[in-house]
Write a protein that binds this ligand. Structure first.
Ligand code: GP9
Ligand code: MN
Length: 631
């Protein structure tokens, strides 16, 4: 070794390269990350680099060789522990570590017994670079020498690491727009920004929410409670408990907006089956009903429906507050003897579902691993709706009854592609390929729902169930206003039109009810929880919910959007303008004023509950506040 001349920074270079290369190898060998194209592979390969350069780069500030070497060795060891920790966790949970799970000790209950199965002797290889580094530092005298480092060298080094980070983020943004603001999936985050940056990001998100949580005490709940009790709607006496004991099948229809219902595209019906339900004797069809989601999209709609609270104005509450205490619809139904589940053939960690479903007291999550996705049975984001519904009905037949299951469809998702054999109507012709294809995927979903009703009958589940279906959020964003205006035969889409376009259909189908009708009460997803619980005869008068029963006489004709817009039967408030609902003309702001205050209050109360994790101070059985003591 003596004859070899080691370059000046070889120990730093070695440490950086070793961790970088090892991380990329581990990505490929220890995790199951689906790589779909060359760009994704490239991002995956460069994503550890910025953090690794940064972490080891701090060593350039150390004067003494001893402390520098010790620092490099410690970083190498820590990064190896993080990486290996994730590998071990992934072997068991098929997911990446997120801070809250480290503190949820119950999560590790099963781990102890199976630790032997998770850890192998050969895992020592995950630390091979640390060992090698240690040996080099001991054996090579050169590494014991001091090095003087010029300031400029240091600056160039850190500029380089920032440049790599920016390149990485830029490429990730093109691959996955809004990756960080929407923060949807741990796998996507690791794939795009890398394991180490992902942990930093997770640390940031979690510390922000725990700081707010730590500062909260039960006292804020007094005001929220007063507001909720004062605005509570009494259940409709005729409907309350009328369908007690039935199974509840709640279907989230991906990206389905109301404008396609009872409408045509180039003379072709878009949703023949759903249209037939609007005239059906057993279906309540709500045609003045709106989604209330924000950036959390599907996950926000799930949150709103389960809790009758709003999602957050920034980010996805499923991610940021997945560990809070909630009093979900699933919990209430569980307390009333229901078996509760969610069925969604996607990766379980998407939207942090696997974690938050525990907080929502959902007994079982049928994720992609519960399904057999055969050849040609997946498109866009995953399993096609038709086989999904078919296999789900089969799974339902094995569930203990009564059950509550929430199904989330996937095919009618942006970018709205279909395999040729699934296309049932033509494309539309406009400047927006998205809108053009949307009609086709909606048509496919309609067919899937029709077949699902058949499947339920075949499984003998139909008669004894209530089937509730709603659109989760818009499918066509404002980017396609021009094409939408063309389709709707309007000159342009104004903020007034846009607000009304947030309407999604809600169907409450109750076999044998014989009371079907079109209901034009203004409502939103936040109203689903009380509406369903009341149909089943479950009292919600002590629940901290902001929505109200759509069948109640006291239900107000009002829907508040997450961004502060709102709609009533008389006005539409959007872009800080009050519009007359009937004409679309601007009207006196005083017509909107009282609701503006209402809307702000409700959004603030909802935020306060979530940010302060206030439901831990509330006993939903007695309606008592548990002041000061932390649950
Ligand atoms: C993913 C699915 C779609 O599992 O729910 O999410 P979205 O992009 O619509 O929020
Ligand atoms: Mn969705």
């Amino acid at each position: 070794m003596k004859s070899f001349k080691w370059p000046k920074h070889s120990i730093l270079a070695f440490a950086v390269l070793a961790t970088w290369i090892k991380t990329v190898i581990v990505y490929h060998t220890s995790f199951d990350m689906k790589i779909e194209n060359g760009m994704q592979l490239f991002i995956l390969c460069i994503n550890p680099l910025s953090f690794v350069l940064f972490a080891y780069g701090i060593s350039l500030f150390f004067k003494k060789a001893k402390s520098r070497n010790r620092y490099i060795l410690i970083v190498s060891l820590l990064l190896s522990i993080v990486l290996y920790g994730n590998v071990a966790f992934y072997r068991f949970y098929n997911d990446f570590i997120t801070l809250p799970v480290l503190f949820q000790t119950s999560n590790f209950g099963d781990l102890g017994t199976s630790a032997a199965a998770i850890v192998n002797v050969s895992d020592i290889l995950f630390f091979a670079d640390v060992i090698l580094l240690f040996v080099l530092l001991k054996l090579v005298p050169k590494f014991k020498e001091e090095i003087t480092i010029r300031k400029e060298v240091r600056s160039v080094y850190f500029v380089l690491s920032v440049a790599i980070l920016l390149l990485n983020l830029g490429l990730a943004e093109t691959e996955r727009p809004q990756l960080l603001t929407r923060s949807f999936d741990r796998e996507l985050l690791v794939k795009n920004i890398g394991m180490y940056n992902y942990h930093l990001y997770d640390l940031y998100i979690q510390s922000k929410s725990s700081a707010q949580r730590a500062l909260a005490d039960g006292s804020e709940l007094v005001e929220v409670n007063n507001y909720i009790r004062a605005n509570q709607a009494e259940p409709n006496v005729e409907m309350f408990g009328k369908y007690a004991g039935r199974n509840v099948i709640l279907v989230s229809l991906e990206s389905l907006q109301n404008f396609v219902i009872n409408n045509e595209m180039n003379g072709q019906e878009i949703t023949p089956f759903l249209n037939s339900l609007t005239k059906d004797k057993d279906t309540y069809y709500f045609n003045n009903f709106y989604h209330q989601t924000g950036l959390g999209k599907t996950s926000d709609s799930e949150f709103i429906v389960e809790n009758s609270l709003f999602g957050l104005g920034r980010g996805a509450v499923f991610f940021t507050h997945g560990g809070n205490t909630y009093n979900s619809m699933a919990e209430s139904l569980g307390d009333n003897g229901y078996f509760t589940s969610v069925m969604h053939p996607n990766n379980k960690s998407f939207w942090n579902r696997d974690m938050i479903y525990q907080s929502l007291s959902i007994d079982k999550f049928y994720d992609v691993d519960s399904y057999n996705v055969g050849e040609g049975e997946a498109v866009n984001w995953g399993m096609k709706d038709i086989p999904f519904f078919e296999q789900s009905a089969q799974l339902m037949s094995e569930m203990p009854q009564p059950f509550y299951t929430r199904m989330i469809t996937l095919t009618n998702h942006y970018p709205f592609y279909l395999d040729p054999e699934d296309i049932m109507i033509d494309e539309y012709t406009s400047n927006s390929g998205t809108l053009n294809r949307y009609f086709q995927t909606v048509r496919y979903m309609d067919e899937a729902v029709k077949l699902f009703f058949e499947d339920l009958k075949e499984q003998g589940l139909y008669e004894n169930s209530i089937i509730v279906m709603y659109g989760d959020h818009y499918g066509i964003s404002e980017n396609h206003n021009k094409a939408m205006a063309m389709y709707l035969e309007k000159d342009e889409i104004t903020p007034y039109d846009n607000a009304l376009l947030q309407s999604v259909p809600l169907f409450i189908h109750i076999p044998g009810s014989n009371d079907g009708q079109v209901v034009d009460e203004v409502g939103g997803q936040i109203d689903i929880r009380p509406t369903i619980l009341h149909l089943l005869g479950i009292d919600t008068s002590k629940d901290m919910q902001l929505g109200s029963d759509l069948f109640s006489e006291d239900h107000e004709n009002l829907v508040i959007f997450r961004d502060g817009r709102f709609i009533t039967d008389k006005v539409v408030y959007a872009s800080e303008v009050c519009y007359d609902r009937a004409t679309g003309e601007e009207t006196d702001i005083n017509a909107c004023k009282p609701y503006i205050e209402n809307a702000t209050a409700e959004l603030d109360y909802s935020d306060a509950i979530i940010n302060g994790d206030l439901l831990r101070f509330y006993d939903d059985k007695t309606g008592n506040l548990i002041q000061g003591s932390v649950k």
